[in-house]
Ligand binder design. Structure first.
Ligand code: 10D
Ligand code: SF4
Length: 327
């Protein structure tokens, strides 16, 4: 009789919260503490059901438009960023805003503004309708054309093929984006590239790790919500790099035991908007079903932190100064 192969879990690292998500979630928690509930948040602060539900329980109210926020109230802008017209609307509505846009999304906004000023046509690679793309496009709508993947390249039209630049959403598939860029370069040989990568470090690192895990996995489970671009990309990346099957789950309760039939190695990762408690739940579930052996696969180190939004830092400083004055 031959022994059956040992069941194991390959746990990808880095996974879960990136610096931009951590900052945005803390910003809402800090605003609730500093100013008291309710605190309004325009759009899901990050694309994760559990995070949104948890903040709602603490007193956050999520809206899609600033017009839904009563005058004078606090409104946090989500990590995905907003168009300049949203800042204007908020000012007209006399809202006290806290901008939790990730600094790496802001960087892409600034690139868009700069290239628009220099009268370039900007080809923004990204997913139509995604909140980040709406925000970035709003910086220079008359200069920006959305390119939604390699198949969309043939539809692109520009004014001057010698004055074209590409930028991108921060949470795309690195491989697919390079395919799109190659196709664009085929049409526009003078196309210029962004000065630094627009696909952020966290997106790239999570994809690098899942590729390594996927190569040895029969099944990959990615924890994340369906509307989370970077989480969805992790499942796609796993499937295109060797995983025999892959699923996106919000938590352990969504795992179908049938997925484990005939499986020896299970790969696990999570998107940049996913708290570790949800991964712990998946690991517990796997342990209860016979996958207790967990091996961490970490091809890249990650150490990144951002300071809180300036509005919160300013008010925290003022509070500290008032407190020390009253000593
Ligand atoms: O959909 P997504 O991947 O852009 O957003 P999510 O909130 O899941 O993850 C954080 C990424 C942000 C805020 C975009 F930079
Ligand atoms: Fe910022 Fe990248 Fe995280 Fe988006 S995924 S919030 S760009 S660090």
């Amino acid at each position: 009789m031959t022994a059956s192969p040992a069941r194991r879990v390959l746990l990808a690292a880095p996974r879960g919260y990136c610096a931009g998500v951590d900052r945005a979630v803390i910003a809402v928690e800090q605003a609730l503490e500093q100013y008291g509930a309710p605190v309004y948040v325009r759009h899901e602060i990050v694309h994760n059901k559990y995070v949104v539900r948890t903040l709602e329980k603490k007193g956050a109210i999520f809206v899609e438009e600033t017009s839904e926020v009563p005058p004078g109230e606090i409104c946090v802008f989500s990590a995905h960023g907003v168009a300049p017209e949203v800042h204007e609307e908020a000012a007209r509505g006399q809202l006290a805003t806290i901008d939790a846009t990730c600094p790496l999304v802001t960087k892409v906004h600034k690139e868009a503004v700069r290239y628009a000023k220099e009268d370039y046509d900007i080809l923004l690679i990204g997913h139509e309708g995604h909140e980040e793309v709406i925000g970035t496009s709003g910086e220079a709508p008359e200069h920006i054309t959305l390119v939604d993947g390699p198949d969309d390249v043939e539809n692109v039209e520009v004014r001057d093929p010698e004055r074209v630049v590409w930028l991108s959403q921060t949470t795309l598939s690195v491989d697919e984006t390079m395919e799109t860029v190659d196709a664009l370069k085929g049409r526009y040989p003078d196309l210029i590239s962004p000065p630094t990568d627009d696909i952020c470090y966290a997106t790239q690192n999570r994809q690098t790790a899942i590729k390594k895990v996927a190569a040895e996995s029969d099944l990959v489970l990615v924890v994340g919500s369906q509307n989370s671009s970077n989480s969805v990309r992790l499942v796609e990346t796993a499937l295109s790099h060797g995983a025999k099957a892959g699923h996106l789950v919000d938590g352990a309760e969504e795992i179908d035991p049938a997925w484990l039939e005939g499986v020896t190695t299970v790969g696990v990762s999570s998107g940049a908007s996913v708290p570790e408690v949800l991964v712990d739940g998946v690991l517990d579930w796997l342990e209860q079903h016979g996958w207790a052996d967990v091996e961490i696969v970490q091809p890249v180190e990650e150490r990144m932190q951002f300071s809180l939004p300036k509005e919160l830092r300013r008010d925290l400083r003022a509070e500290a100064a008032a407190a020390s004055g009253s000593d």
